[in-house]
Design a binder for this molecule. Structure first.
Ligand code: LLP
Length: 463
């Protein structure tokens, strides 16, 4: 196909169909630093680079689709969180956002701790050398086997999520002749302003033990009686992709008031509170995320104030950002395969990946942006929907975006801010091969998770 415009697609200035899209950007070649990782730039000759490497060269070397992770940006974000919270607080990276051995080593080197929520994440963390005492183990239904491995490894915290688990962890610790440091996860009754599936502090959901009705106070009573447990704190995580600090502040206030109740009833001041993760990032230029230091100031202020009012010593605060660290550091690179202009509607651009490497658009109606990165273009903006190659019409990567009208098969396009919950939620739907994760730094790319092969698929198929 030639690089000519696709005449049927809507153009800048046309009356466009109803949808999520906003007005076309004035410069399609611009790369908004809000959504692209720190070292991404477009050179004067139109080429996009990351970590000093030209994206087209990365595609030649590592293929597409692939996730390219800006290591310098990842490390800088770790340091920003660590510095914002300072030496009297702990930052736990939430491994569910994206975890690999290289990531564990970077976290370790940058002085962060790590949250895991499954035996698989625990194994990865320990295997890559994260000291067990810097690991916290989460989850609403940890198996006895997982609990036993975590206790035996000596993880720093287990976050208790139910009444059954209080007893299970205590028994396992007794049996192993140890005392496990634990926190109790409470639901504070906050309605976080985010997608229903990623809000976690309202009462009608599966996580934690409700503050309401005295449930959390009862959990504390039981935990304090068990020899196998050393109850050190209260944990709250209100949800994910949240932009405003108000929900965190309400949660902090309610957690501190539970600490005061515990002190009054048991004469014990628990030394820690964990306020979870959930800070939102920019997926499109319309998003306006808070910086780590703003979150740190807001949380420190509210906890200090509430503790002073309750006559409590200020506990050690911890937070668990996942998306806010890794999300903005990676983009997914795709090659354009087919282009279908639909008269009066939009142009469908099909790429060589899809819902198997980014399920978030289909699952949460997530919005993303996209740019042509193998060259620049002065063509008019064209309203597109970027779709994958899977057998579903819901296989949408970017619902509404503008790309230059001279887009052609073979062009490379990239979707930024795919570092979190894309590779970690990737699937083999349609026997797709999950893409590699390539860390880019100082002019070189290094595969940290390799591309799956058809042999990998067949290896599991033992029938
Ligand atoms: N701490 C706890 C206890 C969590 O459950 C989570 C996320 C985090 C921390 C990290 O949250 P973050 O800072 O990454 O927002 N798959 C969904 C997100 C699910 C989040 C689950 N828990 C998505 O793609 O948006």
């Amino acid at each position: 196909m030639s690089r000519s415009a696709h005449p049927a697609g809507p153009r800048h200035g046309d009356v466009l169909p109803e949808g999520h899209y906003t007005a076309p950007p004035t410069d399609l070649n611009a790369l908004d630093p809000k959504v692209w990782s720190r070292t991404v730039t477009r050179t004067p000759d139109g080429k996009v680079t990351v970590g000093g490497m030209e994206v087209s060269r990365l595609a030649e070397e590592f293929g597409t689709p692939a996730y390219f992770l800006d290591e310098e940006d990842f490390r800088a974000r770790c340091r920003a969180w660590r510095d914002a919270f300072g030496a009297d607080a702990d930052v736990f990276y939430a491994g569910k956002a994206f975890l690999s051995r290289a990531v564990v080593r970077w976290l370790h080197e940058e002085g962060l701790n790590l949250d895991v929520c499954s035996g698989g994440e625990l194994t990865t963390a320990l295997d890559a050398g994260m000291p067990a005492e810097r690991i916290a183990f989460h989850g609403n239904n940890k198996t006895p086997e997982e609990i036993e491995r975590a206790v035996a490894a000596g993880v720093g915290h287990i976050v208790l999520d139910s009444f059954q688990e209080i007893v299970r962890v205590a028994h396992i610790a007794d049996r192993l002749g140890t005392r496990q440091r634990v926190q109790i996860r409470v639901t504070v009754g906050v309605e976080a302003h985010t997608h229903e599936f990623i809000a976690t502090a309202h009462e009608d959901q599966k996580f934690g033990i409700a503050l309401a009705g005295g449930e959390a106070a009862e959990a504390v009573r039981r935990a304090l009686k068990l020899d196998g447990l050393e109850l050190v704190g209260i944990h709250s995580h209100i949800g994910s992709q949240i932009f405003d600090t108000a929900g965190f502040e309400v949660a902090a206030r309610r957690v501190v008031s539970l600490l005061a109740e515990i002190r009054d009833e048991h004469g014990v001041e628990l030394p820690e509170i964990d306020l979870g993760g959930g800070l939102g990032i920019a997926y499109t230029s319309a998003d306006d995320p808070r910086e780590p230091h703003e979150i740190a100031e807001a949380l420190n202020d509210i906890v200090t104030r509430e503790c002073a009012a309750a006559g409590l010593a200020v506990p050690r605060i911890s937070v668990e950002p996942g998306r806010a660290i890794v999300g903005p550091t990676a983009f997914t690179l795709y090659e354009v395969g087919t282009i279908k202009p639909l008269e009066g509607l939009r142009t469908y651009v099909s790429v060589d990946g899809g819902m198997s490497d980014n399920i978030r658009t289909a699952l949460y109606d997530a919005e993303y942006s996209v740019a042509l990165v193998s060259r620049s273009s002065d063509a008019e903006p064209m309203l597109v929907r970027v779709v994958g190659k899977h057998c579903e019409s819901g296989d949408i990567v970017v619902r509404d975006a503008f790309l230059p009208a001279d887009l052609a098969p073979g062009d490379l396009i990239a979707v930024p801010a795919t570092g979190a919950y894309c590779r970690s939620m990737a699937s083999n739907y349609n026997h797709a091969l999950r893409p590699p994760v390539v860390a880019v730094r100082e002019g070189a790319g290094r595969v940290i998770v390799r591309r799956e092969t058809e042999e990998d698929l067949l290896r599991l198929d033992v029938g």
